[in-house]
Design a protein around this ligand. Structure first.
Ligand code: 7PJ
Length: 269
């Protein structure tokens, strides 16, 4: 992928299954419609996920997750010329998603789940993997995040996971790293990471950054609700790109693509 210009990854959340087949078809059509719109708006990657990793979210079992995401990945990759990534931590979902046409595995657990490292190692060598930092587990990670040096600890963790990938036979050119904004981090931790994101990009791997609509944006805007966080999210997207992030993961594709076009016309320095 060409990282000389900002790459926008559009988030396609797959909602819980409905009860009837008719509902399923409607949901598939809706997912394809959303995917098409994001592609038209300038997304180069679509991130498809069926498990919520928001703070406090409940785990989803593998069968439900497969049932949610696989048909959508099949439909999107069959109909649209776009790279698809699968947002999952489960080895079986990673494997089936790649068989269904996904070209990237995006794992908030950085392949620490059972069988995940092996699953990615066995995939074709053109499949990328995003390793994200998280302190703790989604259900409890925001209870008391704590670091001596958040920058050093996140960098050390990501380097350790990248090394584990390479040890397992995953080529270094397949690896993307992510600081994991909001995953076991206070507002101050998130701000420090964003301010010094360039230090992480010096690890030598492309960076992916997801701040879109997150609570760190809300916290800076008088606790604005999720639907009032677009303008703040755009500021964060521009800063993340300027500090070296290659891929920006967002809900609002058109707005972000436009903002990053203006930023990239000026360049990073
Ligand atoms: C991220 C993610 C992120 C990567 C989510 C949300 C929560 N994957 N999946 N990075 N966040 N790589 O979008 O608010 O920041 S789910």
């Amino acid at each position: 992928m060409d990282f000389s210009q900002p790459v926008v990854m559009g988030i396609l959340n797959v909602t819980p299954d409905s009860f009837s087949d008719g509902g399923k078809h409607l949901q598939l059509d809706d997912a394809l419609f959303q995917a098409e719109a994001m592609l038209k708006d300038g997304a180069q990657i679509l991130d498809i996920g069926g498990e919520s990793t928001r703070p406090g979210a409940k785990a989803v079992n593998a069968d439900d997750e497969l049932e949610r995401v696989i048909p959508v990945i099949e439909k999107v990759t069959a109909n649209l010329d776009v790279a698809v990534s699968v947002d999952t931590s489960k080895a079986i979902v990673m494997t089936e998603a790649v068989k269904a046409g996904a070209g990237m595995v995006n794992d908030v657990m950085a392949l620490r789940g059972e069988g995940a490292l092996q699953a990615v190692a066995q995939m074709p060598s053109n499949i990328a993997v995003c390793l994200m930092h998280m302190q703790g587990q989604p259900r409890t990670m925001q209870q008391a995040p704590s670091y001596k040096d958040v920058l050093k600890e996140v960098a050390a963790f990501l380097n350790e996971r990248a090394d584990a990938c390479i040890q397992a036979g995953i080529d270094s050119n397949r690896i993307v790293l992510d600081a994991g904004f909001g995953f076991g981090k206070t507002l101050q931790h998130n701000l420090l990471l964003l301010q010094h994101l360039d230090q992480l990009s010096s690890c030598g791997y492309p960076l992916l950054t997801g701040i879109s609509r997150k609570s760190m944006v809300g916290a800076l805007l008088n606790n604005a609700p999720v639907d009032q966080r677009l303008f703040g999210s755009l500021a964060a997207a521009i800063i993340a790109w300027q500090k070296g992030s290659a891929i920006i993961r967002v809900h609002d594709v058109k707005a972000t693509v436009d903002a990053l076009k203006v930023a990239s016309a000026i360049g990073r320095n």
